[in-house]
Write a protein that binds this ligand. Sequence first.
Ligand code: ARG
Length: 501
Amino acid sequence: MQTADTIYDNVSHLNYGFQHEEQRPPPYAPPSGINPALPQYPGPQNPQHLYQNSERYSPAQSLHQYTPQTAAVNTHHTVTPGPYLDVNPAHKVSRRKKWPIILGIVITLLVVAGVIAVVLWFYGVFDCLQGRRCQTDNECVSFSQWCDGEHNCPSGDNKTQCFRLFGSNFLLQMYSNVTLKWENVCSDGWNDSLGMQACEEMGYERSTYVGYEEFYSSASTDYMLAKTDSLSSSNLTGFLSKTSYCPSNKAVALKCIVCGQNRETRIVGGTTVTSKGVWPWQVSLQISRRHLCGGSVITPYWIVTAAHCVHENSDARDWTVYAGYLTLAEMQSATGNSVSRIVIHNFDPRTNENDIALMKLNSPLTITTNVRPVCLPNKGMYFTAPQECYVTGWGALFSGGSPSQTLQEAKIQLIDRTTCNSQPVYDRQITDTMICAGKLEGGVDSCQGDSGGPLVTKENSLWWLVGDTSWGDGCAFRNKPGVYGNVTYFLDWIYEQMRKY
Ligand code: ARG
């Protein structure tokens, strides 16, 4: 049997997820929510590490075992067109008669182009080439006005996406309407009141604000500098102006919430979680005291889960969230938290595209050592195969089983999209909104009832939410790893909902 190390030896491709290009203006989420596809990196032509034989692997120790089943057979076939005879009379037309035909084609093309131009004009594409459109009233705001601190859009949506956190050090960046790039914010003149405003503008509650640190970065960076002379203004973006001169050469690293910390007393190799606080962001989502799905705490008010968990049961009043427990039995006598709102992404149940949803709680969770948020990834964080991750939940212990009474955990690895999309694995079903993780040899996986729950990884001594459990072909089968919602891809959508509600 191959070990995980040899399996992944020739797979060094990045799981790019969705990341904005450095040079791109602040994202401007289209109403349909689906972002354009990213370039895919070519993978091995013939992945040698895929398990081709049909024998199933029986694990000695796994989170979720499987019942042997026969994998579905691909019955698709293609048809090759037969010989083609050229009987087109046009090919015999003399040179003299060609010109009217060419003229006709040109006129037709011009008419088509004209119609397209009118349609584009109607939908307001042409008249806003030098700027961006406000989400609420459709007005065009020029690039130089975007994020300049003046409310050019009626709801202020030209400033709501002017800040972002970058990398695992939480560097604060602001979109510059001068350089039309994301720039680090210089720590000279910065203070906590500005930090709180920036966190609030991104979508965090003021109450979770932690503070900021000065982060020394290389000299070649441009900075946004706080204008120290206008600190009385209540308009944060108005404070910042582009300058290449940042005397301290230090950038602001901003913490809007304490996240990603846990109690590290895990018994290594164990699959049943025996101590509270190891996965403090894990919650159980229940209807009528029945465990249906998992979820992850990202703020005291917000839970990330899977869209397929809630899209047929989208009435917030039906759901109860249980946080800080290890066994389903404990939850039976607990009160739990009621839900005030469920926000579902543009989920497609046929393809499992966009399998993510958010739950807002009626009252905030009390943060204790057993209930804590996981970190949302920041922009510029790329989780690469075969990065080690953990998946947790009360899901079935084998394909077709009932929920586990106690919380389970499994150590798995990210699988790059090319491998996961290859014919023996998921044969082109994996889109940019998904990320694969598991073991191609089988034996360890998430399963029914784990859905919506966290797939996390540790980086820079913090735990980050990489995915939400979404789907798989059976559980723990060879070449059928788990598929997770790609949280990095959904970041803009998540922050947008947290701002809105
Ligand atoms: N859809 C399942 C659920 O509702 C999760 C399936 C995950 N499957 C897997 N093989 N990893 O709980």
